[in-house]
Design a protein around this ligand. Sequence first.
Ligand code: S3P
Length: 180
Amino acid sequence: MTGGPDRPVAVLVGFMGAGKSTVGRILADKLGVDFVDTDAEIVTRTGQSIPEIFTGAGPTRFRQIECDVVTDVLENHRGVVALGGGAVTTEAVRDALDGHRVVHLKIGAEDGFSRVSGSDRPLLAAGDPATRYRELLTERAETYSGVATIEVDAADGDAQDVADVIIAAIARELVPERTT
Ligand code: S3P
């Protein structure tokens, strides 16, 4: 059994454009719990945008701040949590996810890139963004699957549908055998 009364109901992971924030907010509403997006939490706590942190303090410092925020949120939040797409590349974050109900929103390169192209994502700022997106997605695919306890197709229907699929998966986990 993953999750539990002293843990978030679900922690959403996945690549940029998978819809973690949108689906997470809908999922939290449907379940009647609070939602925390760790990227938004980083912005609130530092008073800087994510691109500002990347260009100012740098990517390594961003990952440290992200790791601190994620571990704090995992310890103290009981609703739905969405992590930034690269959070799971930090070993301490992967360790902190152990025992949690981690939902991987799986997205393909074409669907995902169409959702983020033109955004200010710092990791897509250099070179050809579509190529960079595909490379990073391939590089991280196993890591997302490795930390996940539930995997859903993020392009299968709209965000409401994806949230419903997650709820059904959680229900199956909690009540594995339906008798009627
Ligand atoms: C990142 C994903 C972003 C944000 C930052 C780094 C990544 O979050 O945390 O730009 O490394 O994949 P989203 O997944 O919400 O876009």
